[in-house]
Every structure is written in C-alpha cells, then in structure tokens.
Design a binder for this molecule. Structure first.
Ligand code: NAD
Length: 266
C-alpha cells in the first residue's frame, strides 16, 4: 500500500512541528507539504531542526495548487480560527481530507467547514482535543452529569500557557456543551465580576500562565459535597499522537462526514 501523504498548516508552530516529527517516525505516513505564515520558501525540516526534508514551507494562499501538486491525502491544521475557517473549505474543494485541531472556531465557521466537507465528498475530524485521556474524561463528565442532574452547580476551570490566544479553551467549551446537553440545557457564564448571583448556569473560567500545557477541572457542587474531575496534560505529545492516529483513520472512512475524536477512539 502506498504511503498516506500528509500536509500541515501551521507547520512551524508548537503543534505543527511536533506533528511533523511524529509523522517522520510513523510507518506509512509521508509529509507532502507544509504551510505557514512564516519561513516561506525554507525547508520545513531545517526550520524545525530535523534536517532537510525537501519540503518547502508554502504560503497558504497557494493552498489549493500546492495540495494538488503534492498529491496530498490529508491536511492537518493547527493554526488559528480565522486561518482554518479560510483554508479548510479550500482544502476540501481540492479533494483533501481534513484533521482540524485549531480551537476557537465559531458555530458559523464550523458549519461552513461541514458544508464544504459534504459538498466536496471528503472526510474530516474536528476536535478541540486529540488526547485519548480527554476522550475518556468527556465520557466521565457525561456520566457524572447524567447521575447528578440539575441539582448540582457546575464550574469549569481551565489553565493554559501564556501564549494561548483563545479563551476559554476549546476543551472547556466541549466539556460545557456535553454537560449542558446531559442536564437539559444550561447558560454559560464566562468569569464573574461585580454583582452576579448564580443562576442555572455553567461557570467557565480561564487561567493563563507560564508553560502550562493544559489543565481542565470540572466541579459538580451540591449541598454538603462536591465532585471534581480533572485532566492534566503533561506534554503536547498526547495531542500529537491522537492527531496522527486520526489522520491514519480518516482516509478509510465514509466521505461527506465530519467526525469527532470519539469516533476515532471507538
Ligand atoms: N485540538 C487539540 O488537541 C489541540 C491541542 C493543542 C493546541 N490546539 C490548538 O491548535 C492551535 C495551534 O496551537 P499552537 O500551540 O501550535 O500555536 P502556535 O502559535 O505555536 O502555532 C500556530 C502556527 O500557525 C501559523 N499560522 C497562523 N495563521 C496561519 C495561516 N493563515 N496560514 C498558515 N499558517 C498560519 C503560525 O504562524 C504558527 O506557526 C491553537 O488553536 C490551539 O488552541 C489544539
């Protein structure tokens, strides 16, 4: 079987460069192209310090032509929401499957990407968190919300490094959505200041500092007791492994569908 040809958008970033390193060490995967805003024209291998790979960093304005010329099967995108919203439909129109890790996408941006996936009959995985542990964490949250019900107040506290651009994290939002759905619909309140009596809401709080990779704590608080569920990422490698797993998986899935990480894991 021929190698799966994988391209990266955000190739020079923290996640992009780690994913390239992992792909190089993975049988059956080949780096076909790399895109970023910086280091255009330079060899991506030299940029990330793994030696020459003969893959130049391309400008994402050339996404369509470079993806077609490089015969890319899957595009992995870890950038920023505005870039993913612009690039994902172009990649889908070029017949390329998608793994999207970028967080902070609006509902409208996700709908546009989904429409492009359906229209162009490609497959995509969109997940705010590619960690296998977080997949289990989400299942535990769903169970807890189902058992505890509306009587328990829910507060979500996330912490990330000081370079993270969006807040709250995509993972915190996914957690809130899972719990809200299980509890029959809740409002989300982001941080609190001044007079703000608590309603039937989920409180969501973002901490930013230093080099924290990603912590998520969910508190279910009742009268006289509380349960806290916590996931802590020690290294970005947990997201890297999941994204590469999803890239391998997506090429053999039914086309015209946007999948979640839970589909990959199941
Ligand atoms: N889903 C997950 O499991 C997961 C895990 C970690 C990070 N993330 C998300 O991934 C994204 C990237 O995180 P990071 O820590 O690697 O950030 P980063 O800032 O280190 O890297 C982002 C890269 O994208 C590039 N970029 C920005 N706009 C671009 C454009 N229009 N075209 C091409 N390249 C562009 C930047 O130049 C940079 O190199 C964020 O949204 C973050 O929240 C998701």
């Amino acid at each position: 079987m021929s190698d799966t040809r994988v391209a990266l958008v955000g190739a020079c970033g923290r996640m992009g460069s780690l994913i390239i390193r992992r792909l190089l060490a993975t049988d059956g995967m080949k780096i076909s192209a790399a895109f970023d805003l910086v280091n255009i024209g330079k060899d991506i291998g030299e940029v990330i310090g793994v030696g020459k790979l003969d893959v130049p960093v391309s400008d994402s304005k050339d996404l369509s032509s470079v993806l077609k010329e490089s015969k890319t099967d899957v595009l992995i995108d870890f950038t920023i929401a505005v870039a993913t919203a612009a690039n994902a439909p172009v990649a889908a129109a070029a017949g390329v499957n998608l793994i999207i890790g970028t967080t902070g996408l609006t509902a409208e941006q996700k709908t546009n990407i989904t429409d492009a996936v359906i229209k162009n009959n490609v497959a995509a995985v969109i997940s705010s968190n590619y960690s296998i542990g977080v997949g289990v964490f989400f299942k535990l949250l769903k169970e807890a919300a189902r058992y505890l019900g509306d009587e328990y107040d829910v507060e979500i506290i996330e912490a990330h490094h000081n370079q993270k651009k969006d807040a709250p994290s995509g993972t915190a939002m996914t957690a809130a959505e899972i719990i809200s759905k299980e509890m029959g619909g809740k409002e989300f309140v982001f941080g609190r200041e001044g007079i703000c009596p608590r309603g039937k809401e989920i409180g969501i709080h973002a901490v930013r500092g230093g080099d924290i990779v990603g912590d998520h704590t969910v508190m279910f608080v009742g009268n006289s007791e509380r349960i806290e569920l916590r996931h802590q990422a020690h290294s970005r490698e947990i997201f890297v492994g999941g994204a590469v797993m999803a890239a391998k998986w997506v090429i053999s899935q039914k086309k015209g569908v946007v999948y979640e990480m839970s589909d990959v894991l199941s």
